[in-house]
Structure formats: structure tokens, C-alpha cells
Design a protein around this ligand. Structure first.
Ligand code: GAR
Length: 224
């Protein structure tokens, strides 16, 4: 007898900008690749393009402008209250350009994900793509991780590697990283929905990991 399928995970998505990762999550749900329901999208900026994407799909949206709050904690109280009142289980930061305080981290302990356009722990903070180019890295990529109090340094769930090409400028490299982000964020959420993620200190263990993981070594430039 097959076990009953696990229920869809109830998401609250936090954005500040274009929302292409939000779109990838919406598409993964619509395409049947992810059992999730987006209960609410919150932006700290009324002009964020992602709000329109959410509206188009009939998703509840809210703008909570950080400038209306005296400090980070008060802003985070407003965020937590909105998310809790929409029965959100997992908070997904998708280009949300605010650091979260202990107020949010305690309210959703182990239940906040973020994505960063670099291979953490390299190049944390802003302009990660520019940092990788300026450093001369041969590889960069993107990381989905559980949010902790530090900057882009929480337990890592999924990473994708993107080679840096000799003629890359920031826009070209960012576009290739973005394409990978759109693949790994829905995957990380799916692993959560399937209850396969276990946080053990700063290590995330994946149940039924199997032997399907990429095991090839990447070299850039090619050796041959
Ligand atoms: C993404 O590239 C994400 O990795 C980055 O913001 C972009 C948002 O794009 N986040 C950070 O830099 C966080 N440190 P989107 O609005 O099109 O999803």
C-alpha cells in the first residue's frame, strides 16, 4: 500500500525586486513539480516587479515598507505577524534585500530559506556576481540555505556551480546564475515538502539521498 502523499507546504515568499525566482516557484507548482501553496507574497518595496507576477496568479500580496519602522525588530514583528496570520509554514526569501533579525529567525526557526548568487561561503552580501568576477574565480554559482543570524552563512541545502567564462561581464554571468537559481530553489523547497531535510548543526542531511547526486569533478578551463 502506498503512503498518503505529504500535504502541500504553505509558503510565504519575501521579495524586493523582479521576482524571477518567485516566478520559477509559481511555475514549478503549476507544472506539478512542487507540492506547495503560496499563501502570501510580501515585498518591502511597493515597486517590486514580483508583486505584479503574484497578482497575475491570484496570489495575495502585501507591501510592508521597512522605512515605516523604527528598527529591524519592529519591521520583523510586522513580517512575522503577516506570515503567521496567513498560516505560513516555510518562509522563502527570493531576492529579499533585508537582513532578518532574531525576531523573524526565532518565529520561524529552521523554516526560512534564502538564495544567494554565489557558492557560499564565498562572496557574501551584496554584488556577489561582481565580487566573483573581480576576484577572478573560475567557478561561481548559487546557493539555497537556511537563514541564520549571519549574512549568507546558514546551513546549505542545494548549490549549483556555474563556470566563469573569460569574456563574461556581470550581466552575462548573472543571467547564467539566475537560470540555475530557477532550478535549485524549487528543488530545495520540494526536499523540504517531502520532509527530507534534517538540520544537524550547520550541516543539512538529505534523507534518501541515494547515488543520484552529481559526482563529476568540474575543471575550468577544460583539461583537454
Ligand atoms: C537573485 O539572484 C538572488 O540570488 C539575489 O537577488 C536576486 C533576485 O532575483 N539575492 C541576493 O543577492 C541575496 N543576498 P529575482 O528577484 O529575479 O528572484
Amino acid at each position: 500500500m502506498n503512503a498518503a502523499p505529504l500535504p502541500p507546504v504553505k509558503l510565504g515568499v519575501l521579495i524586493s525586486g523582479e521576482g524571477t525566482n518567485l516566478q520559477a516557484i509559481i511555475d514549478a507548482i503549476a507544472g506539478g513539480d512542487l507540492r506547495a501553496e503560496i499563501r502570501l507574497v510580501i515585498s518591502n518595496k511597493a515597486s517590486a516587479g514580483g508583486l505584479e507576477r503574484a497578482r497575475r496568479h491570484g496570489i495575495s500580496v502585501m507591501t510592508i515598507d521597512h522605512r515605516g519602522y523604527a528598527n529591524r525588530r519592529d519591521f520583523d514583528h510586522a513580517l512575522a505577524e503577516a506570515l503567521q496570520s496567513h498560516d505560513v509554514e516555510l518562509v522563502v526569501c527570493a531576492g529579499f534585500m533585508r537582513l532578518l533579525s532574531p525576531v523573524m529567525i526565532d518565529a520561524f526557526r529552521g523554516r526560512i530559506m534564502n538564495i544567494h548568487p554565489a557558492l557560499c561561503p564565498a562572496f557574501p552580501g551584496v554584488n556577489a556576481v561582481r565580487q566573483a568576477l573581480a576576484y577572478g574565480a573560475r567557478f561561481t554559482g548559487c546557493t539555497v540555505f537556511f537563514v541564520t543570524a549571519g549574512v549568507d552563512d546558514g546551513p546549505i541545502i542545494v548549490q549549483a556551480v556555474v563556470p566563469v567564462l573569460q569574456d563574461d561581464d556581470e550581466a552575462a554571468l548573472a543571467a547564467r546564475i539566475h537560470a540555475e537559481e530557477h532550478r535549485i530553489y524549487p528543488l530545495a523547497i520540494r526536499l523540504y515538502q517531502e520532509r527530507r531535510l534534517e538540520i544537524d548543526g550547520r550541516i543539512v542531511r538529505i534523507r534518501d539521498y541515494g547515488h543520484s547526486a552529481a559526482s563529476g569533478t568540474l575543471v575550468n578551463p577544460r583539461l583537454d
